[in-house]
Design a binder for this molecule. Structure first.
Ligand code: GLN
Length: 475
């Protein structure tokens, strides 16, 4: 079978010269998908459609009209709308729901002649850190199948790590791209809030949600980001900040004389695996030797990030998820005689335990007696966390930390302990509270051979800088 190059520029050269076709490319990925079906990655596979697209795009390549991502094969987390395909969000309640329009990111990818290979599994409504909360079953870590791939975009990470596609689209509310990227040994970028349109992304917590990109190569992330980023009239929170040509930008190396790297001791405390800690500290030493200035910054409110994140996201989720009532979307319980029972039964049967827990928590923190004590206070702390970052980024250009406190854990190890599960997000959620951008890039493996990542956090809309930093770290 033809070997598919790992970078898009290499692939595109081969496609343009005719030594590989898009049909070969798709077939190659399809055979990988079949080989590792046991990982439980895809909810919907676009087998026929992908081959048809490939044929059509092969023609366009021949006559010189192909778009900038022609033949790039991409998988999509099943919380992003692809017209006429199932949009399940990993939930029973939407298990029969077909999307009626394309998300803006999907439209832009299709217009650029990328090929969508299918919709991939995730934690129900993107709530989780292990992919164990899906109605469609757990997705397994390709490096060790007894372990989780992370979550909630776990299957997106697996689809890239196991070479089932070149790039995957995921989404983040609190770490759902960076954490699975770290657990699966690939790169995952969460763009700044507003950088990528959320139109067609099913809402979990709207003031946090953002779409992002997984790939093995930085270049592939840069190319996709260029296509999907930018203002969209359909999403009033999308920014009109200009979109650079990220792929050109990342060719330029960071100048040690101009760049200051931040280090926050809050991110290296108790609970952090020693191997992860030492690897990242020695990377910082190495960067210092290369002439980069490493500066200590303070992020004192980070210690409240987990609590604040769960209060605010549950509040937003309880409101967003009220639309699933058996009337407008998806499944309807067959059991009920009167309307109110129908609502109750549909929601009781349709949502899984974690989603119910969050709806209840969210309803509680928004209820009239507790609103000030929890929700309003949460908003205030969110502001303080944002200010922490603003202050830190006056002093430094990037902040480096671990992505996760541990490597991928065993399937089942944390399902009965929600707090232990939530603590997975300890290093990732602050950025989502602040709205900045961040990525995770692989940096090492533990003694059991499980990969881990380093997190790079950046100023708002400095995704190009993040990718340059990722290049530097992987050198
Ligand atoms: N693990 C976090 C949660 O459960 C993050 C989820 C996400 O980013 N979608 O909320």
């Amino acid at each position: 079978m033809t070997k598919i190059p790992s970078t898009y520029s290499e692939l595109r050269k081969n496609l343009d010269s005719g030594s590989i076709s898009c049909v070969d490319t798709v077939n190659n990925y399809l055979s990988k998908i079949k080989e590792r079906e046991g990982l439980n990655v895809f909810i919907t596979l676009f087998e026929k459609e992908a081959i048809e697209d490939a044929k059509r795009i092969d023609e366009k390549i021949k006559n010189g009209t192909a778009g900038e991502l022609a033949g790039m094969v991409i998988s999509v987390k099943d919380v992003i709308s692809v017209k006429d395909a199932l949009l399940t969000c990993g939930s029973k309640i939407l298990s029969n729901f077909n999307a009626v329009y394309d998300a803006t990111v999907i439209k832009r990818l299709k217009d650029a002649d990328a090929i969508l290979i299918g919709k991939v599994n995730c934690d129900e409504f993107a709530m989780g850190s292990s992919n164990e909360n899906s109605f469609f079953g757990v997705t397994k870590n390709p490096i060790d199948e007894t372990r989780v791939p992370g979550g909630s975009s776990g299957a997106s990470a697996v689809s890239v790590a196991a070479d089932m596609c070149m790039v995957s689209l995921g989404s983040e509310t609190g770490g759902s791209i960076r954490q699975p990227a770290a657990f699966c040994g690939i790169t995952g970028l969460k763009a700044s809030y507003g950088r990528i349109s959320r139109f067609g992304l099913v809402a979990f917590a709207s003031s946090f949600d953002s779409i992002g990109v997984f790939a093995k190569e930085n270049e592939n992330i840069a190319r996709v980001l260029k296509v999907i980023a930018g203002k969209d009239e359909q999403d009033s929170t999308s920014t009109d900040e200009s979109v650079p040509d990220y792929n050109e930008e990342i060719k330029e190396k960071l100048d040690p004389k101009k760049i200051k790297i931040g280090f926050a001791k809050e991110y290296f405390g108790e609970g952090l695996n020693e191997e992860i800690k030492q690897t990242i500290l020695s990377k910082l030493e190495h960067l210092k030797k290369r002439g980069f200035e490493v500066v200590e910054v303070e992020l004192p409110y980070s210690k409240y990030a987990i609590q604040t994140y769960y209060i605010l996201t549950c509040a937003e989720a309880s409101s967003n998820l009220s639309r699933y009532d058996g009337v407008r979307y998806g499944m309807r319980s067959e059991k009920s005689e009167v309307m109110e029972d129908m609502y109750v039964n549909t929601r009781s049967e349709g949502f899984g335990a974690e989603v119910k827990r969050r709806i209840m928590l969210g309803t509680y923190v928004l209820s009239s007696g507790y609103y000030d004590a929890y929700y309003r206070k949460g908003q205030k702390v969110r502001n303080l966390i944002k200010k922490d970052f603003e202050k830190a980024f006056e002093k430094v250009d990037f902040i480096i930390s671990p992505t996760t406190p541990t490597t991928a854990f065993k399937i089942g190890a944390k399902v009965d302990d929600p707090l232990a599960m939530y603590l997975n997000d300890i290093y990732t959620v602050s950025v989502n509270l602040a709205g900045n951008c961040a990525l995770s890039v692989p940096i090492g493996k533990d003694i059991e051979g499980m990969p881990f990542g380093v997190q790079v956090m950046g100023r708002k809309f400095d995704e190009a800088g993040l990718m340059k930093m990722a290049e530097l770290i992987s050198e």
